[in-house]
Write a protein that binds this ligand. Structure first.
Ligand code: PMP
Length: 391
């Protein structure tokens, strides 16, 4: 038989093209004059001289690679310093740094769950938590988005002794918030552990960007575990679990993405330490992100956001894609989220605010976004072609 075993890839690609779901990599090039409303560089620190200096200094001190897994040669004094400072920042007892937020989520969920546990996860939880559920070997119940009663029922009806509840603090696609206070109450009442992914909360919510857990007064609770990424407000790469000493010690022994992964590169550690120190020195940065997000939402004609994320739902994938292209042609780089990242029929522009957006950038954003969205909404209004435009 002489058949191409990967021919199905071409068919799949053709299906995606027809549905407007083809994804494209777009490399940034030096000197590109685009206003960034697409990245997760919420505090605008990824090009800050002090953050760059932190990375360079760490490379000079430790080298370009961490040289091994954390348990062998991949832990430097700076890794431990970063763990201490991150934990202190969010009000946790201890911290453990991973090579990414994705790895942190996989590591902590698999290490705390297992066949004898129940894992309850919000339907809007990030893909890394979804994958963590799949890897955990636990029974998994996915509850409707932000539905605390459903979490309570799932926990109360369980036969498993152990249970974990998983949620993002700020949901990545819509930018809405988890009802952390109520969730923690039912989690505790049912003898479970709450794991909160603060990827989009740190640097934006809480006093001086200490996160939503801190904002609602749950910092340091022994049955609550925070996961974080260093790749958004902290402007570099890497992840962390921030929890009790007991949990940290268990992860060092049992989290496979900690044990078998090479330690985070020194440059990322140095950059994260510098970014964190800048945020502590200038806590107003967090408020500035929210204020700019509010202004962008007003231009887009959508509800006031609760985070840096402004979500402008446009409906069909092609409509969102075309709107994103139109923004780009006029100097605005915006995110375009389509299924499977978001549910069918809710393709959208995902705009992210930054603390360092200038007034003149805001003027350009107002002009371009206003025009593009007005044109999109006219062209795709329900009466014009039957396609729903939700905004
Ligand atoms: N959790 C959430 C909510 C995220 O948005 C992301 C990044 N997209 C991650 C985890 C993964 O973090 P990292 O990029 O550091 O792997």
């Amino acid at each position: 038989m002489n058949v191409d075993p990967l021919r199905w890839l071409d068919e799949r690609a053709a299906d995606r093209t027809r549905a407007g779901l083809r994804r494209q990599l777009r490399a940034r090039v030096p000197g590109e004059a685009l206003i960034d409303l697409a990245s997760n560089d919420y505090l605008g620190l990824s090009r800050h001289p002090a953050v760059a200096a932190g990375a360079v200094e760490a490379v000079r001190k430790w080298g370009t690679g961490s040289t091994g897994s954390r348990l062998v040669t991949g832990t430097t004094a700076d890794h431990e310093q970063l763990e201490t400072e991150l934990a202190e920042f969010v009000g946790a007892e201890a911290g453990l740094v991973f090579s990414s937020g994705y790895a942190a989520n996989l590591g902590v969920v698999t290490a705390l769950a297992g066949r004898e546990a129940l894992v309850v996860s919000d339907a809007g939880s990030h893909a890394s938590l979804v994958d963590a559920c799949r890897l955990s070997r636990a029974r998994v119940v996915v509850t409707p988005h932000r539905d605390v009663d459903a979490v309570d029922r799932a926990l109360a009806q369980r036969t498993e002794e152990r249970a974990l509840v998983l949620t993002d603090s700020v949901f990545s696609a819509d930018g809405d918030l988890a009802p952390l206070d109520a969730l923690h109450r039912v989690t505790r009442a049912n003898g479970a552990v709450l794991i909160v992914d603060e990827a989009h909360g740190i640097g934006v919510r809480g006093d001086g960007g200490r996160g939503l857990v801190q904002e609602v007064g749950l910092a340091g609770e022994p049955d609550l575990v925070i996961t974080a990424t260093l790749s958004k407000a902290l402007a570099t790469q890497g992840g962390a679990v921030l929890a009790s000493e007991r949990v940290r010690a268990h992860l060092i022994d049992a989290a496979r993405t900690f044990i078998f992964d090479t330690g985070l590169a020194p440059a990322a550690v140095g950059a994260a330490l510098a970014a964190l120190r800048l945020l502590r020195a200038e806590p107003e940065m967090a408020g500035r992100v929210l204020a700019r997000a509010g202004e962008i939402a007003a231009v887009a004609g959508v509800a006031q956001p609760e985070s840096a994320v402004v979500s402008v739902v446009l409906g069909e994938p092609q409509v969102a894609y075309d709107a994103a292209q139109a923004c780009r042609a006029r100097g605005l780089s915006v995110g375009c989220f389509r299924p499977p990242s978001v549910p069918e029929g809710t393709s959208r522009l995902r705009l992210t605010a930054r603390a360092d957006l200038t007034d003149s950038e805001m003027e350009q954003i107002t002009a371009v976004l206003g025009d593009v969205l007005a044109a999109t909404r006219v062209r795709h209004a329900p009466e014009s072609n039957g396609r729903e435009v939700r905004a």
